[in-house]
Write a protein that binds this ligand. Sequence first.
Ligand SMILES: Cc1cc2nc3c(=O)[nH]c(=O)nc-3n(C[C@H](O)[C@H](O)[C@H](O)COP(=O)(O)OP(=O)(O)OC[C@H]3O[C@@H](n4cnc5c(N)ncnc54)[C@H](O)[C@@H]3O)c2cc1C
Length: 401
Amino acid sequence: MDLSSGYPFWLIKNGLPFDYPKLEQNIQTEVAILGGGISGALVAHYLISAGIKCVVVDSRSIGLGSTCASTSLLQYEIDTPLCKLKNLVGLENAVRSYQLCAEAIETINTISRKIKYKEFEPVKSLYYAANDKDASFLKEEFEIRKQYGFQVKYLTKAQLHKQYKITAPCAILSQCASKINAYSFTHSLHQYNIKKGLQVYDRTPIKNIDHRKNNVILNTEKGYKIVANKLIYATGYEAVNYIKEKIVKLHSTYATISEQANEKTKFWKDNVLIWNTADPYLYMRTTADHRILIGGRDEEFYDPKKRDKLIDKKKNQLVKDFKKVFPSIDFIPEFTWTGTFGATEDGLPFIGHYPHLPNSYFALGFGGNGITFSLIAAQIITDLITGKKNGDAEIFSFQRI
Ligand SMILES: Cc1cc2nc3c(=O)[nH]c(=O)nc-3n(C[C@H](O)[C@H](O)[C@H](O)COP(=O)(O)OP(=O)(O)OC[C@H]3O[C@@H](n4cnc5c(N)ncnc54)[C@H](O)[C@@H]3O)c2cc1C
């Protein structure tokens, strides 16, 4: 699958920071993890920490799936607003999903400190009404989040303008959010995990997989075998190759990043993450090296050729969108990219055992919260493998197909 094109910023910034070998022999392990992006890296981190021998294998160089294209905003706010999610999955599961995403951000912070990763940066998140007709929905969303204990403030039009210089009907300001670089975080995790015994192989496509009664055999394109007791699919959107039901709708998304400003430049108050209620939504963040990153303008198709032809047009549209929000901030686009993106019907990920494939688990962090979902997947799957009860597993399980 063609997952991204153009110039994903983190790939340009960090290049290929580490070398990983190809698999060139038969091996045996307790757990094989298919996919070495951020999901595979987090799952491996939890498994290795639990003392389980595991191996990561990826067809691409590490991180070159969706992970390098990620704009890497960490939010507890799921693409489906809480006041709508409760109607899809029930109030309890909806609130719990939001709580788990909030906890995931804190846990990623803890992991970052543990592995001495420096690019995790806590910030607030600002969610504003894109037009007058979304104002009452945003108020309802604010009320339900407040009721269930999320740290939120409601900003009126005047407060929003005074504090953030944004002209919009109203906004929710959330305390819990952060910025990261998913690509460098993935490499940092792998480097840490390798020191704890993880084996990581890249440029090693798995051509076919034999799910047997007592184990799983992964056959590489070059004819080597990985024999594992369990297999975890951390294959990102390429999971559609292994699951017969249509669990995710694939589309295309776009992002553009500005040239570097000088380090004294102030963009907006507290460099909060900003997104809005439009469909598709517009979002923006700043980076540690003084750039502004804007994303959105999604198209409802997966067709890499058609998607790529639109890169230049989308860049111009995103810049125009930004100028409408912040007419007085300079934005000179430097790198633009596009990627495949996927959303599930309820906005929640699919995590856990897929009954048609024995001895396997899926860690599929789809949607705008892909990264926080990957962390939740790592926790749930590790519990399932180590035989611990996990009260949240059902919320994201395949049973809801
Ligand atoms: C433009 C864009 C912006 C985004 N912004 C955000 C954001 O702000 N916040 C957020 O939380 N999420 C965001 N996401 C989503 C997030 O990036 C993804 O959820 C996340 O990167 C998925 O990581 P992954 O490890 O599951 O998948 P991937 O990074 O795609 O890794 C899966 C790996 O599996 C490997 N693989 C698959 N099949 C095989 C096989 N047969 N053999 C060997 N290897 C195989 C692939 O090569 C691939 O490297 C964004 C995504 C895009 C595209």
